[in-house]
Design a binder for this molecule. Structure first.
Ligand code: SF4
Length: 485
């Protein structure tokens, strides 16, 4: 077959094979780990993806991107591919003239059209990199849009600056959620008033099953609650033949009165830092930040804290669930004991997953976070040191999945836990990958299965232990191919 395109540099197959082998060497590992200027396949998305996820979690909400159309397509398609549900959002489609003269006119036109065409109840606005680089002043633009009549005076337009060159999807989530709560609760605080409810913030969590599980546990405990930024219906609504623009989401009136809640709990410290700072300053009631309840110990801590805050005992049905999971852990521990895992993703989820592995007697051997603070590094190391199974494990902060490939080739593990982006390293290193986190775009329905609570621990346990058994069946010699494992 003749080549239509002349290659710029001719590389022989032999040379290609030699370089590939070299990238698996110790020498390359050292060069790779010394790399600073380039990021290859990071284990995170950009800020606006998180902002859009938070925006989708409210009733009648139409996320509005101030910036480039192409960027907006990336956020929408990533959410859409992960959930296999529509992720409707609009963009004011800034192009070259917007980049030179600023995007105010784009915003005016976009707001007017979106409001008239799609009848939303709220339009949370967030930015792509381009308006951030040129320094668009959203505060002034939105004020002008109202003054000039492009949007009604009282229509809620919370907005967040989400520059992707400074942060990841968890920071965008945080900034957007804070802006929405600030907007909706403004002037709603009443001294002495209390809704008697728990406000729960799941953090950047793209697992719809987790949201349903939080609600099920709180219902079982008879604790009245408002799940803030609730995407469980938005991204997992029934297919009944009728398309809805805005299924589910936290009702706006409930979100507004959350400021007078009895207590507010966030289960993701790193993904809600500025939101919780705002809540600590402005919200009534008690405020708590807990670890994500993955595994038995963290779920116990979550339920006990809720029980203590609301004076409600943990019901027998939930205690029985706990007992069943402990039984399931006992049944499965022989397949996980001392196994080495590489885990990668967001800080809060990594801490929670490491905790789960340690309580199973498994090793979170390589923990990789592509964007993490020194605080996270310290916290993770302290967690690993607290268990005999954490000894000798490694924490890799601000490293990407191309680093992880080199690391695994040099010091392999038995299994990887993380999102779809890890599949390249998994394939090249021959490591099984259990998909957890965001985005999962090469498997179906995973987001519908909780990983939090006792039910979530059971799922994690089942997926990991059975994967090891599948591998054994697929690879063992005939004399070890047993009916029973
Ligand atoms: S990183 Fe910036 S330019 Fe790239 S998709 Fe995100 S917002 Fe757009």
């Amino acid at each position: 077959m003749s080549e239509a395109v002349k290659k710029v540099v001719e590389i022989t197959p032999e040379e290609e094979a030699r370089v590939l082998e070299w990238t698996k060497s110790k020498e390359y590992l050292e060069k790779n780990l010394a790399r600073e200027a380039t990021v290859i396949n990071p284990a995170h998305g950009c800020q606006p993806v998180g902002a859009q996820l938070a925006a989708h979690g409210f009733e009648g909400s139409l996320p509005f991107v101030h910036g480039s159309q192409g960027c907006a397509s990336y956020y929408r398609s990533t959410l859409n591919r992960h959930f296999r549900e529509p992720a409707p959002a609009v963009s004011d489609a800034m192009t070259e003239d917007g980049a030179v003269f600023g995007g105010q006119n784009n915003l005016f036109e976009g707001l007017e059209n979106a409001y008239k065409l799609y009848s939303p109840k709220i339009m949370p606005i967030f930015t792509s990199c381009m308006p951030e680089i040129i320094g668009d002043d959203l505060t002034a633009f939105i004020k002008n849009a109202r003054l000039k009549g492009h949007i009604p005076e009282d229509f809620p337009l919370p907005y967040a600056n989400t520059p992707s060159f400074n942060g990841t999807h968890i920071h965008g989530y945080d900034a957007m959620l804070k802006a929405i709560l600030e907007d909706l609760t403004a002037g709603k605080r009443v001294e002495g008033a209390c809704t008697g409810k728990l406000n729960l913030i799941a953090g950047f969590d793209a697992c719809t099953g987790n949201y349903r599980e939080y609600k099920r546990l709180l219902d079982a405990m008879e604790v009245p609650h408002t799940l803030l930024a609730d995407i469980s219906e938005t991204f997992d609504s029934p297919l009944d033949g009728e398309y809805q623009y805005y299924p589910g989401g936290t009702p706006l009136a409930e979100a507004a009165e959350s400021i007078n809640g009895k207590a507010t709990i966030s289960v993701q410290k790193y993904a809600t830092a500025s939101t919780m700072k705002f809540i600590n300053q402005e919200y009534g009631g008690k405020h708590e930040v807990l670890p994500m309840p993955i595994g038995v110990q963290a779920t116990d801590a979550f339920l006990l804290k809720v029980s203590q805050l609301f004076g409600k005992p943990v019901p027998e049905s939930i205690k029985a669930e706990r007992g069943r999971v402990v039984d399931a852990m006992t049944d499965a521990h022989q397949y996980l004991h001392n196994k080495k895992f590489a885990i990668f993703g967001d800080p809060d989820q990594l801490l929670a997953l490491a905790g789960f592995l340690l309580e199973m007697g498994a090793k979170p051997y390589h923990v990789l976070c592509s964007r993490a603070s020194k605080k996270f590094d310290k916290e993770m190391k302290a967690l690993l040191e607290s268990s005999p199974y954490g000894k000798g494990c490694h924490v890799w902060t601000n490293k990407d999945l191309w680093h992880l490939r080199s690391i695994l080739l040099d010091d392999p593990v038995d299994m990887m836990l993380g999102d779809t982006h890890g599949k390249f390293a998994a394939r090249e290193t021959g490591t099984p990958l259990i998909r957890i986190g965001f985005p999962i775009i090469d498997r179906v329905n995973v987001h519908r299965y909780p990983i939090i609570g006792y039910q979530g621990a059971l799922n994690l346990l089942t997926w990991t232990a059975n994967k090891f058994l599948d591998i054994k069946d697929d690879t063992c010699e005939d004399q070890w191919f047993e009916m029973m494992r």
